[in-house]
Design a binder for this molecule. Structure first.
Ligand SMILES: NC(=O)c1ccc[n+]([C@@H]2O[C@H](COP(=O)([O-])OP(=O)(O)OC[C@H]3O[C@@H](n4cnc5c(N)ncnc54)[C@H](OP(=O)(O)O)[C@@H]3O)[C@@H](O)[C@H]2O)c1
Length: 202
């Protein structure tokens, strides 16, 4: 398969890319990293990327930002960071990208545990993650040409523990192998409209 991975050089993305490259042709996109430049917060940039790449079998997004801060400090503009990047960035990757996917192709988006188990400072990312879950379920009903769509929602991943553990007291980090398998399940499996949760709450 020809697979486009937006965010394929990031903490999660690099592990997913290395794994998928054993079986597939991988193209990595990012604002300043990878093979092709894209800023998902800018729909013109998304159109230019797809136009340059031609048809693709799987589009994977492991990118997108939202502001983490105390609720009483967040301005309206702060919320728009997440709405423009992580939410509409991923929605636009699907909205525009459906014309570039081959029959039977797939989209795999990325959210996270905050959608279901938020921690403090996360009203913006938690809200955006929840919206993406609803978007994926609804879009799966309407995508044509046997195109599938799923979202991988993982807990704090092992490789990001140092950066985020202070926000997640008592959380069990998710092994990278398990996170990778969420993406493999979406890309190589047959299911659609699924929120693939990789949480460990026990
Ligand atoms: N880390 C975790 O424990 C965890 C757990 C669950 C969910 N998630 C979610 O998974 C996603 C990736 O997390 P991560 O920890 O791997 O992040 P990361 O290490 O910061 O990597 C993010 C990647 O996305 C690219 N990127 C960021 N903004 C972009 C934009 N506007 N347009 C295009 N590319 C962009 C970056 O490359 P450039 O800088 O070159 O653009 C980078 O390659 C995030 O949405 C995060 O919320 C993370």
């Amino acid at each position: 398969m020809k697979i486009l991975i937006i965010g394929g050089k990031g903490t999660i993305g690099k592990k997913v890319s290395v794994h998928l490259s054993k079986k597939h042709d991988i193209i990595i996109a990012g604002r300043s990293s990878g093979d092709v430049a894209v800023d998902i917060a800018d729909s013109g940039s998304i159109k230019a990327m797809y136009g340059a790449l031609g048809s693709i079998d799987a589009i994977v997004c492991i990118a997108g930002e939202a502001k983490w801060a105390a609720f009483d400090s967040l301005t309206e503009e702060d919320f728009y960071i997440g709405l423009r990047s992580k939410l509409m960035g991923q929605v636009n990757l699907v909205r525009i990208g459906q014309d570039y996917l081959n029959r039977g192709g797939s989209f795999t988006l990325t959210t996270g545990i905050l959608a279901d188990y938020p921690v403090v400072m996360t009203t913006s990312p938690a809200m955006v993650n929840g919206a993406i879950h609803s978007f994926v379920k609804a879009a799966s009903l309407e995508l044509k040409n046997e195109i599938r769509i799923n979202v991988v929602s993982s807990g704090l991943v092992e490789d990001a523990v140092e950066k985020y553990e202070a926000y997640f007291p008592g959380h069990n980090p998710i092994p990278m192998k398990k996170v990778i398998n969420g993406y493999v399940r979406s890309i190589e499996g047959k299911r659609t409209g699924e929120v693939i949760t990789m949480y460990d709450n026990s």
